[in-house]
Every structure is written in structure tokens, then in C-alpha cells.
Design a protein around this ligand. Structure first.
Ligand code: NCD
Length: 320
């Protein structure tokens, strides 16, 4: 595979290959020297047209841990503000010899355009496009679930909140169903997308009915920046019906995990005590994100041919 544009592009074996590769690379996070020589001499551009903290930093850390050269491009303060098009930006990157472009864009489909336009030769990784997809987030979420719960076949995952505007929800539904999990989207009717009945998941308006039967509850941020109308009466009303607080968390089975892709609106979709509770794996999701992005960059750029195991001893030799 040359690009990673959608979680739906991965079949079960490919998804498992990414997750297992990330598992090997995850060990690196616990070592004092967190670097492998695998992508030395390769150039990775982080092309961010939309604000981001953890995704951009995560891709940067991943590329650097694989010894690639990283160029960070953010639209703010660049010629994009002077009206430069996606095409001209792409041609500039191509001229600089980028091997991979990690792109986040406010328009759904921008990464596909970049990958299939013929403007550039590099691999394209979708780091979030509009309300469409965010495949590496789904991969790091699945990775985090598997570390706690083992294989995901038959596991029940509730994704709760602003599904309508969420690329995280969309990518998670695609990937989790490929991995055999049963997903239920829980939201008020106004925050479920048109056509959701054709997605490979169930839907519910009733969070309290779903919680006792779930292995993972993933809370979504209410995306006010993408809302151009009133989708619910008030923040208080929303949080009363769809927020996860300590009382609701108590209805979850003992082993259930609480997740959130970040950034959180504490007090809105999730209460502060739940976010900081022992059930919450929210900080771990961030750590795991680096391993997943390393795996994706590694598999796209170094190829599946060379096993990760070969590079790990090299680091050990380097340190000896
Ligand atoms: C998500 C995103 O940007 O799509 N965050 C992330 O990547 N960590 C979710 C969100 O913005 O709510």
C-alpha cells in the first residue's frame, strides 16, 4: 500500500500487521534511547492546515524516532495565508524531495486529492480531513484496546457524542468492524449523520441503556468549531444526557475502559474525575499514538519486507 487515506482501506491482515508492528515499536518508548536508524535520510513533511497539538507532535516524534528528517509546515504564517493553493503547496513539497506527506486539512477529501492528483510522488498519510476520516487515530485506539482486552472480536465498543462532526468515529467504525468488534454509536438524533443506518454499527439515543453492556466507552468532543446551527438545547442539557460522569461510569462493567481522542471539554462530554480516573486510558492513547505512527511510516516507507525485529538489535548494538 502506498498511502493511508482511510481506515477502510485496511483489510484485517493489513490492520493486524500495523498493530503488531506498533507493538514491537512500542517497546522503544520505555527505553532511555528512543531511536532507530530505519528511516535515516528520508524526508517526512507534516502538512497541517488545521490546528492540532497531539497529532502533529505525535507524527513528529514518530518520524524522529525512526531517524527521518522532519519538516513541519503549518498553514498559519505560510504562503497559504497569501492564497496559495493546495496544488502549489504540493508542488513545493515535491520540489523539496518529500518521501511522505502527513496531511491534516479542514476539507474532507484533501488527502485523497493530494494522493491521486499526480502532483506529488510521495506517500500520503491522512492525519484528519474535515469530518471525514482520521485513520491513525482509529489504529491507536484499537491498539490501546487490544493492550487491555486482547483480540477485539466480539468486544462491544460504544462511541458517544458528536458523531456527526467526528472523523474519529467514522474511522473507528470502519476499523473496529474489520477487527470484529461490535460498535454502537450513541448520540442525540441531531448529532448522528444522515445514512448512518448503512454504517457497519448499531445506533442508540440512550447512553444509560448501553453502558452496562460495553467493554469500551469512547467519548467524543463536541466540535463547536464545525457546528453552524443549534444541535442541542444547552451545554447543560447535553452533558446531563450524554456526558460521562462518575455516576454513569459506575454502570460500566468492572473491566471497561474509558477513552477520548482529545482534546477534551472537561465538564461537557466527560467530567474531570472520570477523565483522571484509573479506568481512563486517555494519556496512554497519546503514548500509543507515537508507536502507531512509527509503524505506519515504517510500513509505507521501509516496506513490509524488512522485519522490525532486525532494526531493534541494531539499536542495542549502538548502545552497547
Ligand atoms: C481529534 C481530531 O482532530 O479529529 N483529535 C485528535 O486527533 N487527537 C478529535 C477532535 O478534535 O475532537
Amino acid at each position: 500500500m502506498k498511502h493511508l487515506l482511510s481506515a477502510g482501506d485496511l483489510d484485517r491482515d493489513e490492520a493486524l500487521l500495523v498493530l503488531e508492528t506498533a507493538e514491537k515499536l512500542r517497546e522503544l518508548a520505555d527505553r532511555p534511547i528512543k531511536k532507530l536508524p530505519t528511516l535515516r535520510g528520508r524526508t517526512i513533511v507534516n502538512l497541517f492546515f488545521e490546528d492540532s497539538t497531539r497529532t502533529r507532535i505525535s507524527f513528529e516524534a514518530a518520524a524522529k524516532r525512526l531517524s527521518a528528517d522532519v519538516i513541519n509546515f503549518s498553514a498559519k504564517g505560510s504562503s497559504v495565508e497569501k492564497g496559495e493553493s493546495l496544488k502549489d503547496t504540493a508542488l513545493t513539497l515535491e520540489a523539496m524531495g518529500a518521501d511522505a506527506v502527513v496531511v491534516r486539512h479542514q476539507s474532507s477529501g484533501a488527502p485523497h486529492r493530494l494522493a491521486h492528483s499526480g502532483w506529488i510522488q510521495s506517500c500520503v498519510v491522512n492525519a484528519g480531513d474535515g469530518s471525514h476520516e482520521h485513520p491513525t487515530q482509529a489504529l491507536l485506539d484499537a491498539f490501546t484496546m487490544r493492550r487491555h482486552l486482547g483480540a477485539l472480536d466480539g468486544r462491544r465498543v460504544a462511541i458517544v457524542g458528536d458523531v456527526l462532526h467526528s472523523r474519529v468515529a467514522r474511522s473507528n467504525v470502519l476499523l473496529l468492524s474489520t477487527l470484529g468488534a461490535e460498535v454502537t454509536l450513541v448520540a442525540p438524533p441531531t448529532l448522528l449523520p444522515v445514512g448512518v443506518e448503512r454504517w457497519t454499527c448499531a445506533t442508540s439515543y440512550d447512553l444509560d441503556a448501553v453502558l452496562p453492556k460495553t467493554d469500551v466507552v469512547m467519548m467524543l468532543r463536541v466540535q463547536r468549531e464545525r457546528m453552524n446551527a443549534a444541535f442541542f438545547p444547552s451545554a447543560r442539557e447535553y452533558s446531563r444526557r450524554y456526558g460521562l460522569d462518575a455516576a454513569r461510569m459506575a454502570a460500566l462493567p468492572e473491566h471497561a475502559l474509558v477513552m477520548h481522542p482529545g482534546p477534551m471539554n472537561r465538564g461537557m462530554e466527560i467530567s474531570a474525575d472520570v477523565a483522571d480516573s484509573t479506568r481512563s486510558v486517555i494519556v496512554e492513547q497519546v503514548t500509543n499514538g507515537v508507536a502507531i505512527r512509527m509503524a505506519v511510516l515504517y510500513l509505507l516507507l521501509a516496506g513490509a519486507g524488512s522485519a522490525v525485529d532486525d532494526t531493534v538489535p541494531e539499536q542495542r548494538r549502538g548502545r552497547a
